[in-house]
Design a protein around this ligand. Structure first.
Ligand SMILES: NC(=O)c1ccc[n+]([C@@H]2O[C@H](COP(=O)([O-])OP(=O)(O)OC[C@H]3O[C@@H](n4cnc5c(N)ncnc54)[C@H](OP(=O)(O)O)[C@@H]3O)[C@@H](O)[C@H]2O)c1
Length: 257
């Protein structure tokens, strides 16, 4: 796939990226800004969000941040309102905030189950709810949810809570896509495979252990770079994908092929 900035040079307007302070979210924010969009990043940590904003501005882009916990409806609503008030519209929303979880199904502590489902499913749904309300007023918009190859596409042991949450994100994406395309709102997902962020290191592993594991497991022989996931997100969000609706694009180096 070509670099995001060349694939989507026609992008305009404002994008909101949740979990935009780190990993895939930061790469998506940087790529959307490079493609020509104003970007607002959200998350719970001011310092990491400010770092993303600084990186975008240093490259000549326009960016700002707003603090929001995706599990708190009022905070999500405020974040969406802030984007619309600050820049006039919400054209692209990337719902990327997520949490991992490890453990056999019967061993997952109930509190952890609630937390993972709360952030990954309810958080994604709350973001979509307020983004869609804004996009309905505009009669246009594009939403990309960051799901996972684990869930709808493949199952592995010790990740049932995470897999359940991401299967729900993939299904929510496709259901809502059918509901809103007639209103001008295009909804898709990207389902990454193991990607070089903090989340891809399993408990008890060193980064070197992780590299050995993925070289064995992944047909491509390596992790994805966050920028490679971002390129897929930007393409789906862009006018180049205008007729792509309810797609869940797996980007996993052949793992689930
Ligand atoms: N890395 C992988 O191998 C991989 C593979 C498949 C899918 N994914 C998905 O990709 C997405 C990004 O993950 P990543 O790998 O980039 O890991 P990451 O660097 O840990 O990013 C997760 C982001 O989510 C934010 N977040 C977590 N809970 C939140 C909450 N309650 N409210 C708002 N923001 C919250 C975090 O920011 P704060 O903590 O500052 O709020 C952080 O910026 C996730 O949805 C993940 O499931 C990752």
């Amino acid at each position: 796939m070509p670099h995001a900035s060349t694939a989507s040079s026609a992008m305009t307007g404002t994008a909101l990226v949740t979990g935009g302070g780190s990993g895939i979210g930061r790469a998506v924010a940087v790529a959307l800004a490079a493609a020509g969009m104003r970007v607002v990043v959200t998350g719970r940590t001011e310092e990491t969000l400010a770092h993303t904003v600084k990186e975008i501005r240093a490259a000549g882009g326009t960016a700002s941040h707003v603090l929001a916990d995706v599990t708190v409806g009022d905070e999500v609503a405020r974040a969406v309102r802030t984007v619309a008030d600050r820049y006039g519209s919400l054209d692209v929303a990337v719902n990327n905030a997520g949490l991992p979880s490890w453990g056999l199904a019967a061993d997952v502590p109930p509190q952890e189950w609630d937390q993972v489902l709360g952030v990954n499913v309810t958080g994604t749904w709350l973001c979509m709810k307020y983004e869609i309300e804004q996009m309905l007023r505009q009669r246009r918009g594009s939403i990309v949810n960051v799901s996972s190859r684990i869930g709808a596409h493949m199952r592995v042991t010790h990740q049932s809570a995470y897999a359940s949450s991401k299967a729900a994100v993939s299904t929510l994406t496709r259901s809502a896509a059918r509901e809103y395309i007639a209103h001008g709102i295009r909804i898709n997902a990207v389902s990454p495979g193991p990607t070089d962020t903090a989340m891809a290191v399993w408990p008890g592993e060193t980064p070197a252990d992780r590299d050995t594991r993925v070289a064995r497991e992944i047909p491509a022989g390596r992790l994805a770079r966050p920028e490679e996931i971002a390129a897929a997100v930007v393409w789906l969000a862009s006018p180049a994908a205008a007729y792509v609706v309810g797609h869940d694009l797996v980007v996993d180096g052949g793992l689930s092929a």
